[in-house]
Design a protein around this ligand. Structure first.
Ligand code: MG
Length: 169
């Protein structure tokens, strides 16, 4: 059984995961304008991953007897000064998401909801990975900043990312 408080917090997280997907689609649009198809591909795949996170929360919420409550979202940020600025913005966003997942975990512990804690553990680990990935790309973009050739090389590399939801999830 889910308390009203937990149900509300989970629905808020569903919003954040969908919003993350929308935000990364917006960043992909910025990269498209910059003629960086590899960056577009990478962000499109990141968006897919966020929509998968959202679905994962929705499925668990329903399975645990909760009720979905979809909420209005703010508009994403569409414009950036540089690819580096877009990735720095994304890293900040992931740090915010991590803080929210941690708060959810704290709530699940306070209420002694063991199943929710186990479910959230996957997201706790996932956020460590997300922050590391975005942090690495911020560092790489700082290295190549102002160097068109470096940016093109990175664009080629990012063009190879593809996300498929893990089997059985
Ligand atoms: Mg996410």
């Amino acid at each position: 059984m889910l308390s009203e408080k937990l149900q509300d917090a989970l629905n808020e997280q569903v919003k954040w995961e969908y919003f993350s997907g929308l935000q990364y689609k917006a960043i992909a649009g910025y990269f498209d304008e910059q003629n960086l198809p590899g960056f577009v591909n990478w962000m499109d795949n990141q968006a897919k991953e966020e929509f998968f996170h959202a679905e994962k929360f929705v499925s668990w919420l329903c399975e645990a007897g909760g009720r979905t409550d979809f909420r209005a979202m703010d508009a994403p940020t569409n414009d950036f000064d540089s690819p580096l600025a877009a990735f720095e913005f994304s890293l900040n966003h992931e740090e915010e998401v991590s803080a929210r997942i941690n708060n959810l975990m704290t709530l699940a512990k306070e209420e002694g909801h063991h199943a929710l804690q186990i479910f959230l553990q996957w997201f706790v680990n996932e956020q460590v990975e997300e922050e590391a990935t975005f942090g690495q790309l911020v560092a790489e973009l700082k290295l190549v900043e102002g160097d068109g050739r470096g940016l093109l090389m990175l664009d080629r590399e990012l063009g190879s990312r593809s996300f498929t939801p893990p089997a059985g999830e």
